[in-house]
Design a protein around this ligand. Structure first.
Ligand code: TIU
Length: 225
């Protein structure tokens, strides 16, 4: 067993039943002209999560532990996009509209791809999801069952939207969830701070948070023992 120095207390996991889930590190959220920017957000904030997420991916690959990537996107005919999602608010472009990276948030378009620094490699699982949570209308549940996963380590964007939603879904399904603090970002720094606090409040009501270095230290300690 490996114990990470986390908040609100140590996060213990079995290396045989851990998986990394990287949420929506897509061009549409991180790069100019994508979904995130069309909503009026300052996308520059998300850059801070890129290198830590790449480092976390490298750590899991070195250990040969399972890695799952998610992408928020929709079928080209938008049959999996509720009108309430497409019609909400007044973005400069709506889901399905043509933009500089292809149709906004549509599967197979350049904008829906994961940014190169965090892209999936051979053998890693990629899940396309129509919602904010990665369990809704996907095979994530059966995939994790088949892998025998009990503990999930989280990274990705945005902290308070797709990361938090998926973490809450996972927590309700009985997974132990640890969010790596530098490997997630929000368009709103105060929302990231609040989300980390609410996840670990009340004795870890949703899960744990820890810096990447704490996970690295815990793995190195186990390797040396
Ligand atoms: N808008 C926003 O903060 N996030 C999303 O719409 N999706 C994800 O978080 N992936």
């Amino acid at each position: 067993m490996i114990t990470v120095d986390a908040q609100p207390f140590g996060f213990t996991f079995d290396p045989a039943s851990v998986a990394l889930i990287v949420i929506d590190m897509q061009r549409d959220f991180i790069e100019p002209g994508g979904f995130g920017e069309t909503l009026g957000n300052d996308i520059s904030h998300l850059q801070r999560a890129v290198q830590p997420t790449a480092d976390l991916l490298a750590l899991f690959r070195k250990e040969a532990w399972p890695v799952i990537h998610t992408r928020e996107d929709h079928l080209p005919d938008l049959s999996d996009c509720p009108p309430a999602k497409r019609d909400r608010g007044s973005p400069t472009l709506r889901i399905g509209d043509p933009g500089p990276m292809g149709r906004i948030l549509v599967r197979g378009e350049p904008g829906a791809e994961i940014i190169p620094a965090c892209g999936a490699i051979e053998g890693e699982i990629v899940i396309d999801k129509p919602g904010k949570g990665a369990f809704y209308a996907t095979d994530l549940g059966p995939i994790l069952k088949k892998l025998g996963t009990k503990s999930l380590i989280f990274a990705g964007v945005t902290t308070e939207v797709c990361v938090q939603t998926t973490m809450r879904e996972a927590n309700d399904r009985g997974f132990e969830c640890l969010l790596i603090e530098e490997a997630t970002e929000s368009y709103f720094p105060k929302f990231k701070t609040a989300t980390l606090e609410m996840i670990r409040a009340q004795g870890g009501i949703v899960g744990w948070t820890a810096p990447l270095a704490a996970l690295e230290r815990a793995i190195a300690k186990e390797a040396a023992s």
